[in-house]
Design a binder for this molecule. Structure first.
Ligand code: FES
Ligand code: FES
Length: 162
Protein backbone atom coordinates (compact mmCIF):
# COMPACT_ATOMS: atom_id res chain seq x y z
CA UNK A 1 0.00 0.00 0.00
CA UNK A 2 1.48 3.41 -0.95
CA UNK A 3 2.46 5.61 1.97
CA UNK A 4 0.37 8.74 2.33
CA UNK A 5 2.22 12.02 2.49
CA UNK A 6 1.29 14.20 5.45
CA UNK A 7 0.36 17.74 4.44
CA UNK A 8 1.87 20.66 6.34
CA UNK A 9 0.07 23.80 7.51
CA UNK A 10 1.63 27.06 6.31
CA UNK A 11 0.68 30.71 6.60
CA UNK A 12 1.92 33.43 4.35
CA UNK A 13 0.94 36.78 2.92
CA UNK A 14 0.30 36.81 -0.81
CA UNK A 15 -0.28 40.17 -2.49
CA UNK A 16 -1.16 41.68 0.88
CA UNK A 17 -3.67 38.96 1.87
CA UNK A 18 -3.01 36.52 4.72
CA UNK A 19 -3.38 32.94 3.54
CA UNK A 20 -3.45 29.72 5.55
CA UNK A 21 -3.30 26.44 3.72
CA UNK A 22 -2.03 22.89 3.82
CA UNK A 23 0.48 21.64 1.29
CA UNK A 24 2.50 18.51 0.79
CA UNK A 25 6.17 19.03 1.74
CA UNK A 26 7.14 18.48 -1.92
CA UNK A 27 4.81 21.21 -3.27
CA UNK A 28 6.68 23.92 -5.14
CA UNK A 29 5.88 27.56 -4.49
CA UNK A 30 4.83 28.01 -8.13
CA UNK A 31 2.46 25.05 -7.84
CA UNK A 32 0.99 26.43 -4.65
CA UNK A 33 0.41 29.83 -6.24
CA UNK A 34 -1.12 28.45 -9.43
CA UNK A 35 -3.00 25.41 -8.19
CA UNK A 36 -3.93 26.19 -4.58
CA UNK A 37 -4.44 29.96 -4.86
CA UNK A 38 -5.42 30.15 -8.54
CA UNK A 39 -2.81 32.86 -9.22
CA UNK A 40 -2.01 31.70 -12.73
CA UNK A 41 -0.17 34.88 -13.75
CA UNK A 42 2.99 33.17 -12.49
CA UNK A 43 4.06 31.02 -15.41
CA UNK A 44 6.05 27.82 -15.81
CA UNK A 45 8.29 27.83 -18.87
CA UNK A 46 10.86 25.12 -18.23
CA UNK A 47 11.75 22.33 -15.86
CA UNK A 48 15.36 23.33 -15.41
CA UNK A 49 15.13 26.58 -13.35
CA UNK A 50 16.38 28.45 -16.41
CA UNK A 51 13.61 30.58 -17.89
CA UNK A 52 12.48 32.84 -15.04
CA UNK A 53 8.82 32.83 -16.16
CA UNK A 54 7.98 31.77 -12.59
CA UNK A 55 9.71 34.75 -10.91
CA UNK A 56 7.92 36.24 -7.88
CA UNK A 57 9.09 38.40 -4.98
CA UNK A 58 9.68 36.60 -1.68
CA UNK A 59 10.18 39.16 1.07
CA UNK A 60 11.10 41.64 -1.67
CA UNK A 61 13.70 39.43 -3.37
CA UNK A 62 13.11 38.02 -6.84
CA UNK A 63 13.09 34.21 -6.73
CA UNK A 64 12.29 31.52 -9.25
CA UNK A 65 9.24 30.02 -7.60
CA UNK A 66 9.88 26.66 -9.28
CA UNK A 67 13.03 26.34 -7.18
CA UNK A 68 11.40 27.14 -3.81
CA UNK A 69 9.26 24.75 -1.80
CA UNK A 70 5.98 26.17 -0.58
CA UNK A 71 6.94 25.20 2.99
CA UNK A 72 10.07 27.38 2.66
CA UNK A 73 7.76 30.36 2.11
CA UNK A 74 5.96 29.79 5.43
CA UNK A 75 5.67 33.19 7.13
CA UNK A 76 6.90 35.09 4.06
CA UNK A 77 5.42 37.91 2.00
CA UNK A 78 4.96 36.99 -1.63
CA UNK A 79 4.22 39.35 -4.49
CA UNK A 80 3.00 37.96 -7.79
CA UNK A 81 2.03 39.81 -10.95
CA UNK A 82 -1.57 39.91 -9.70
CA UNK A 83 -0.37 42.06 -6.79
CA UNK A 84 1.03 44.85 -8.96
CA UNK A 85 -2.29 46.51 -9.77
CA UNK A 86 -3.68 48.47 -6.83
CA UNK A 87 -7.30 49.66 -6.57
CA UNK A 88 -7.89 49.20 -10.29
CA UNK A 89 -4.75 51.20 -11.18
CA UNK A 90 -2.00 49.51 -13.13
CA UNK A 91 1.42 49.64 -11.50
CA UNK A 92 3.87 52.03 -13.27
CA UNK A 93 5.81 48.96 -14.45
CA UNK A 94 2.68 47.52 -16.06
CA UNK A 95 1.90 50.88 -17.71
CA UNK A 96 5.46 51.20 -18.97
CA UNK A 97 5.55 47.70 -20.47
CA UNK A 98 2.35 48.50 -22.36
CA UNK A 99 3.47 51.94 -23.53
CA UNK A 100 7.00 50.92 -24.52
CA UNK A 101 5.89 47.65 -26.19
CA UNK A 102 8.01 45.68 -23.74
CA UNK A 103 6.22 42.44 -24.60
CA UNK A 104 5.01 40.38 -27.50
CA UNK A 105 3.53 37.00 -26.53
CA UNK A 106 3.71 38.03 -22.86
CA UNK A 107 4.70 34.64 -21.47
CA UNK A 108 7.87 35.97 -19.84
CA UNK A 109 6.34 39.31 -18.86
CA UNK A 110 5.04 38.65 -15.32
CA UNK A 111 8.45 37.33 -14.29
CA UNK A 112 10.35 40.15 -15.98
CA UNK A 113 8.08 42.76 -14.38
CA UNK A 114 8.80 41.33 -10.92
CA UNK A 115 12.56 41.31 -11.57
CA UNK A 116 12.17 44.92 -12.72
CA UNK A 117 10.25 45.76 -9.55
CA UNK A 118 13.04 44.35 -7.39
CA UNK A 119 15.55 46.47 -9.35
CA UNK A 120 13.57 49.72 -9.26
CA UNK A 121 12.80 49.34 -5.56
CA UNK A 122 16.54 49.30 -4.89
CA UNK A 123 17.79 51.57 -7.67
CA UNK A 124 15.65 54.39 -9.05
CA UNK A 125 17.90 55.12 -12.02
CA UNK A 126 19.48 51.91 -13.27
CA UNK A 127 22.05 51.88 -16.05
CA UNK A 128 21.64 49.50 -18.99
CA UNK A 129 24.24 47.22 -17.41
CA UNK A 130 22.24 47.15 -14.16
CA UNK A 131 19.04 46.41 -16.06
CA UNK A 132 20.73 43.58 -17.95
CA UNK A 133 21.98 42.10 -14.70
CA UNK A 134 18.56 42.45 -13.03
CA UNK A 135 16.77 40.44 -15.71
CA UNK A 136 19.63 38.05 -16.47
CA UNK A 137 17.56 35.20 -15.02
CA UNK A 138 14.56 35.95 -17.25
CA UNK A 139 14.44 34.59 -20.78
CA UNK A 140 12.38 36.30 -23.46
CA UNK A 141 12.15 34.56 -26.80
CA UNK A 142 10.24 37.33 -28.60
CA UNK A 143 11.35 40.87 -27.96
CA UNK A 144 15.13 40.89 -28.33
CA UNK A 145 15.05 42.74 -24.97
CA UNK A 146 15.47 46.27 -26.40
CA UNK A 147 11.89 47.29 -25.66
CA UNK A 148 12.09 45.55 -22.28
CA UNK A 149 14.96 47.91 -21.35
CA UNK A 150 12.97 50.88 -22.71
CA UNK A 151 10.02 49.78 -20.58
CA UNK A 152 12.13 49.52 -17.43
CA UNK A 153 13.58 52.98 -18.08
CA UNK A 154 10.09 54.40 -18.62
CA UNK A 155 8.85 52.69 -15.45
CA UNK A 156 11.75 54.29 -13.54
CA UNK A 157 10.69 57.73 -14.82
CA UNK A 158 7.03 57.15 -13.96
CA UNK A 159 7.94 55.85 -10.48
CA UNK A 160 10.15 58.87 -9.77
CA UNK A 161 7.38 61.23 -10.86
CA UNK A 162 4.75 59.36 -8.83
S1 FES B 1 9.67 27.70 -14.68
FE1 FES B 1 11.52 28.14 -15.72
S2 FES B 1 12.80 28.95 -14.14
FE2 FES B 1 10.97 28.44 -13.14
S1 FES C 1 7.32 38.37 -24.92
FE1 FES C 1 7.26 36.31 -25.64
S2 FES C 1 8.75 35.31 -24.42
FE2 FES C 1 8.96 37.39 -23.89
Amino acid sequence: MPETIESVAIQLTVNGKRRSLRVEPRTLLVEMLREHLDLTGTHVGCDTSYCGACTVLLNGAAVKSCTVLAVQADGAEITTVEGLEQNGQLHPIQKAFGEAYGLQCGYCTPGIMLSALQLLTRNQQPSEKEMRKAIAGNTCRCTGYQNVFKAIQLAAQIMKGA
